[in-house]
Structure formats: C-alpha cells, structure tokens
Ligand binder design. Structure first.
Ligand SMILES: [Zn+2]
Length: 297
C-alpha cells in the first residue's frame, strides 16, 4: 500500500503493509507549479518507495495507491478540481494514476485524509465527531461526523475564506477580511511585522506568553475570528474534539486554552476538547494509505 501527499513544498510518501504499519517513508521537494505533471511526481514517489523496499529484500508488490492533494478535490470522481498554487484544474487524477499503476487508486483531499489518519491513529482516535483545523500558510478544515469524514462537494471544508473582518486585510483570494487573512500563521506573522516587530507567528506567540499588549491584541483578534467560524460548525455537527494542526498549533497552550475557553462560552456547554493534532506533517500521507486500503476493500 502506498500513500502520497503532494503538498505545496514537499511530497511526503509512505509504504505500508496490509495492516497499515509503515515500512518506509520518503520526502521529496514539490516541483514549482507541476500542473498535470503531478502524475509523474506521484509515480516517482511510489517508485522510490518500491525501490527502497526491494533494496531491503521486501517484495515490492503494490496492492493499491492513495494520493492526496490540496485545493478543491472531488473524491467521488477522483478529480483534482483546482489548485491555485500547484497549477491544475479539472485534472482526472484517479484515472491518470490508474493507467500508470494498474492497481486500485484512491484520490483524496489532504486535510480530509489527515483527519482520517487522526481518527484511526492520532489525536481523534475513537472520537467519531471531530473537527480538524490546520492553521498554517492558509486555513482549511475537515469534519468527522458520526465516524465519517464529510466530503460533500469540492468546496467542503473551505472555512479559510469566510469573511470575519469586512474591509480587513487582503487575502490571497483577492477579497478582504477572510479568516485566513486574519488568523493563519502567515497572516499573524505578517501583522506582527507590520507593527514593526521582528519574527513570525512563533515569535508573536512567545510575546503573547510574555504579556506584550500589542501581541495579545493581535492574538485575541485571531482567536475571536477562529471562534466565530469554528463555533457554529461545532454547534451544527455536535463536535466533541477540535484538532488544531499546522505551524500555529506548535504555540500550544497559549493558543489552545483561550480557544477552548471561548468555544465553551459561545457553545454554552463544556463538552468540547481543543487539542493539537498528533500526527504532524505525516497525517496526509498516512491518510492516503488508509484511502488506499479502503480502495482495495
Ligand atoms: Zn480569502
């Protein structure tokens, strides 16, 4: 079973046995805007894993391949519908990969696959109602409801572009005041430097812990914005665990505790846990392997 996660900068891949235990893993750089060339990128990653296995004396017979990508993904058709950064549109990725591997292929969304991995192997293990929110360069989300990852349409999970500050900072999508223009790790780092301070979101989080008033104001604005979007999702879905991932999750309690306090206050109950995702940057590739296992079932 091979699982490949094509990210904006790195391609992470794992080879697992039939039980899902990881045998080998590999990381490569993502070529700039690969477009349809992403098919070759995935084939190269799998070939490298099989070579590693053979070099170790393991029969490299491939049972299935799972590939996950960012952007808009239609899991039903296996189409990579759109990625602004990686340069594809309406790419029939599952069909293209099937013609190269001749084994079952599953194509998924990186964040949804990450949540699937957290549910089976990580911080949401055994919790059937969870929301995964990676806070990195951008902000995305994936929702687990009654033990199923929700994949309604290709727009599912795109909470990063919900307006939270009309007229606020310009977003990568061209609009103003989107959640990810206010509360992503990149946006916070940028806002911090615009105040004439050095560093990034991590530096900012240390200043918050030190009680710096300017830092605290930025931080609270970001938490307000997150709660305004995450709160109603949790209310609608009955979410029990919110998993925070991405670079900003590394700030730990300085983020997670106020976020949980504010969520409890808007939801009106305290049966919600806010915690760090456990699998880090391996979640996508592990989730891709789980999708590959499902494809053989
Ligand atoms: Zn936006």
């Amino acid at each position: 079973m091979a699982g490949v996660d094509v990210g904006g900068t790195r391609v992470k891949s794992v080879l697992a046995d039939d039980d899902g235990s990881v045998l080998f893993s590999h990381t490569a750089s993502t070529p700039e805007r690969p477009g349809a060339g992403v098919v070759d990128v995935i084939v190269d990653a799998v070939t490298t894993l099989l070579d590693l296995a053979r070099a170790d004396g393991i029969d490299g017979r491939l049972a299935a391949v799972g590939a996950v990508v960012p952007g808009l993904v239609d899991e039903a058709t296996g189409s990579a519908a759109w990625s602004a950064n990686l340069g594809w549109r309406d790419l029939p990725l599952r069909d293209l990969l099937r013609s190269r591997f001749d084994v079952p292929v599953a194509v998924g969304h990186d964040v949804r696959a990450g949540l699937l991995a957290e549910f089976h192997l990580g911080a949401a293990k055994g919790v059937p109602d969870a929301l995964f929110v990676p806070l990195g360069t951008g902000i995305a989300s994936a929702l687990l409801a009654s033990g199923r990852v929700v994949a309604g349409t290709e727009w599912t999970g795109e909470i990063g572009h919900v307006t939270v500050q009309p007229g606020g900072p310009v977003c990568g999508c061209g609009r103003r005041g989107c959640l990810e223009a206010v509360a992503s790790a990149s946006a916070l780092g940028r806002a911090w430097r615009e105040l004439g301070r050095d560093g990034d979101a991590e530096t900012l989080s240390l200043a918050v812990a030190d009680g710096d008033p300017e830092a605290i104001r930025l931080w609270e604005d970001a938490i307000d914005a997150l709660v305004r979007v995450i709160g109603p999702v949790c209310a609608a879905a009955g979410t029990r665990v919110v998993l925070i991932g991405g670079g900003l999750a590394l700030s730990g309690a300085v983020l997670l505790e106020p976020l949980r306090d504010r969520l409890v206050s808007v939801l009106g109950h305290d049966r919600i846990i806010v915690t760090r995702a456990a699998l880090g940057d391996r979640a996508g590739a592990l989730g891709a392997t789980l999708l590959a296992m499902e494809a053989t079932a």
